[in-house]
Design a protein around this ligand. Structure first.
Ligand code: EAX
Length: 325
């Protein structure tokens, strides 16, 4: 035990004298987002922070403000644009208001499975989309898995599109999400993520749609006891940086940030699978009924919506995505 503690203090001292920010300025990047600290995407951003401190030898760090404390998803994106915030995590859905081509991710049933989705994200299409916001002060660093989204509800289950008839369903701040819920027969209601728990509790909406980890980490299972595995969309999360903040960094610092982001994306992708399984287990333990449904019936209902896409960039992506193998 003595030897162990001597070795421990040696390692600790070695670290402190070598690392830390002693005697030199430390660059601190401010990152705000809407998720709870239990969410796997928050954990990925914590990982990114630690990794950045390590590879920069303490010269850079990130201050994370979770839980919508600095504003909604859309407000955070706007803060990136005016330079008052360095980074945010946003859903690609909220990004369609800033980068129209991002709307492609909000279209239902366009990916064959998680593997196809990641091939698109990590391939030419995904990489080009991350670069598209630069003229609007938005620099995409990496994607995080946000799984597939599913309907959940308070009163009665949603097992077919007919069950959505007359139900008010919370959607993200996205025209595509609004159109999709309409196409399926529901009444879409945009509400910020941070306000959704109380909207569900008070019955302002009858249900919502999301992935299992989000359903669990914001405790929506306390109110909604029906969760359908209909998997209508796979909309990634994006770690976004303000070009105004990025322009102030040295090339070396930019590289560290990118490296830390890439490492966190890889970390998160593995964590996500585990957390999705754990979230569904937790939901069952909390008395939530989980339904396997005929997804083909949902997919059939949204085909007209897919045919009606007008944006030429989105149309082109819609044609290219099935070709990715
Ligand atoms: O993951 O607002 C939403 O539904 C988003 O998915 C949010 O970032 C939680």
């Amino acid at each position: 035990a003595l030897l162990a503690s001597v070795m421990f203090s040696f390692v600790l001292r070695g670290k402190l004298s070598g690392g830390g920010a002693q005697g030199r300025t430390q660059t601190v990047l401010k990152l705000a987002h809407c998720l709870s600290t239990e969410h796997p995407v928050h954990q990925a951003m914590e990982y990114m922070k630690t990794h950045l401190e390590e590879i920069s030898d303490g010269r850079m760090t990130v201050d994370i403000y979770p839980g919508s404390v600095l504003g909604s998803e859309t407000q955070c994106i706007e803060m990136l644009q005016n330079g008052s915030l360095a980074m945010t995590k946003t859903s690609a859905a909220a990004m369609e208001n800033f980068i129209p081509a991002m709307a492609v991710f909000g279209l239902p049933y366009i990916f064959r499975d998680a593997d196809h989705y990641w091939k698109v994200l990590n391939g030419d299409i995904g990489r080009a989309l991350l670069r598209k916001g630069e003229t609007r002060f938005l620099y995409g660093l990496c994607y995080y898995d946000a799984g597939s989204r599913n309907f959940y509800s308070r009163g009665s289950p949603i097992r077919t599109p007919e069950d959505l008839e007359g139900l008010k369903i919370r959607v993200m701040n996205s025209e595509t999400a609004i159109d999709m819920v309409k196409a399926l027969g529901g009444a879409p209601t945009p509400i910020a993520w941070g306000e959704l728990y109380s909207a569900l509790a008070q019955g302002t909406v009858d249900g919502a749609e999301n992935n299992p980890p989000s359903f669990i980490s914001n405790r929506h299972y306390e109110v909604c006891k029906h969760f359908s595995l209909n998997g209508h969309t796979r909309i990634p999360d994006i770690l976004m940086m303000s070009t105004r903040a990025r322009d102030k960094l040295t090339p070396q610092q930019r590289e560290w940030v990118q490296q830390a982001a890439d490492a966190s994306s890889e970390f998160q992708r593995a964590l996500w699978k585990k957390e999705t399984v754990a979230a569904l287990k937790k939901a069952r333990e909390e008395g939530v009924n989980i339904y396997t449904v005929d997804t083909a019936v949902f997919a059939a209902r949204v085909q007209p919506m897919l045919r009606q896409v007008e944006n030429p960039e989105v149309r082109e992506l819609l044609d290219r995505i099935p070709e990715v193998h």
